[in-house]
Ligand binder design. Structure first.
Ligand code: ATP
Length: 357
């Protein structure tokens, strides 16, 4: 069953051009000039019940604008959408009882109140049956492991503790659809993993559909099954996350701080391409190993590893044979790079076709 149906949904913002200087300001006051920005071009998609969707794209792509239209905060310029059978901008109040949203960058807990008081307030706002609410609250406190924090004012909680409370608060009224905007931003590795596990558990046990936006490729890989990629207001890819992983999320970035000069443990091959060198892991690596050196500076070494061709463990083991690793981080490529790769992949066949014809 489809819970979100979007056809030709469009949003164009019109804003007044601001002039600098008194004369120009006066002129623009008398004869204002407007500029238009197409934040979301006509987009179409359907989300089925129980799906875990990543709605991703670089800064300014149109993600928040789309979410705002789907939650009834913004009127679209054109197009249609139904969310759980409601027209979001005409039936915003009814829709609010069936959905929830959690923003990593914006707390929805009352800042000076302990989460427990916020929970009680939300129970009144959502007009929940008090006995059912208490059972639900006890269940969420247990699942989210937040018993120790719910009597502490939200402002005194760590970001990870607060995010768990935010999620619990959003789920009190058992929404069928949860919008998550950067739910793990600023969290450490352990806290991120905890939030991701909880979201996956929620989907598996309660069938809650997830509409997630994030710049963290880890959120997308671990939580979601399907990804819609939006850029400049247009959907450029709608594919299973497994395909995205296979084709675009296959590299990891390995940043190391060694106790010896990085150049002494790696031998740049003579066949380097521009700024990027092929990497010979002394006797073990080769050009075909799927490893690229991105930076060799002092004791810092940054590698990009195609994990489908070269697992990380032997690389780390080989480096440990030659040096002590003082610090190490393993990250996913930035979202901007993933989008650039998607574009390149889409443009290449067109270019080949154009050259052929
Ligand atoms: N109220 C507004 N008035 C004018 N332009 C706006 C308004 N809100 C958003 N925009 C513009 O619309 C475009 C899309 O913005 P949007 O916030 O949807 O992007 P986003 O994908 O959510 O980006 P981010 O990842 O940075 O949050 C941007 O160019 C932005 O400047």
């Amino acid at each position: 069953m489809a819970i979100i149906e979007v056809t030709g949904l469009t949003k164009t913002f019109t804003s007044r051009e601001r002039a600098s200087g008194i004369a120009s300001s006066l002129r623009s006051f008398v004869a204002p000039r407007y500029q238009q920005r197409e934040a979301v071009k006509p987009i179409d998609f359907v989300l089925e019940a129980g799906e875990l969707l990543a709605f991703i794209g670089p800064n300014g792509a149109g993600k928040s604008t789309t979410i705002k239209m789907l939650t009834g905060i913004l009127y679209p310029t054109a197009g249609h959408a139904t969310v759980l059978g409601f027209n979001p901008w005409q039936q915003r109040q009814q829709l609010a009882y069936a959905i929830a949203s959690v923003f990593g960058q914006k707390s929805q807990l009352w800042y000076h109140l302990p989460p427990q008081d916020t929970f009680n307030l939300l129970a009144h706002i959502y007009e929940l049956d008090w006995a059912a609410y208490q059972r639900r609250r006890a269940f969420l406190i247990d699942v989210f492991g937040i018993e120790a924090y719910i009597r502490t004012p939200a402002r005194k909680l760590s970001l990870g503790e607060r995010m768990r409370c935010e999620l619990a608060a959003a789920l009190l009224h058992q929404p069928k659809l949860l919008f998550l905007d950067e739910p793990t931003i600023g969290l450490d590795v352990i806290a991120k993993q905890r939030i991701r596990d909880l979201i996956a558990q929620l989907n598996a046990e309660e069938g809650t559909s997830i509409f997630l936006t994030s710049h963290d490729a880890g959120d997308i890989e671990i939580i979601c099954r399907r990804a819609i990629v939006i850029n400049h207001g247009e959907i450029i890819l709608d594919a299973p996350v497994s395909q995205l992983k296979r084709e675009y999320l296959k590299t990891k970035r390995l940043e190391l701080l060694l106790d010896v000069p990085a150049s002494s443990v790696c031998l740049p091959d003579t066949s380097h391409e521009g700024e990027r060198w092929h990497f010979r892991l002394l006797s073990e690596g080769s050009k075909e190993s799927g490893i690229r050196v991105l930076k060799v500076e002092g004791r810092q070494l940054i590698l990009e590893v195609d994990t489908a061709r070269s697992p990380l463990e032997p690389i780390i083991a080989a480096l440990l044979e030659r040096s002590h690793i003082q610090d190490m981080t393993i990250t996913d490529p930035p979202m901007e790079e993933i989008i650039a790769a998607i574009y390149q992949r889409q443009i290449e066949p067109q270019v080949i076709e154009e050259v052929r014809s």
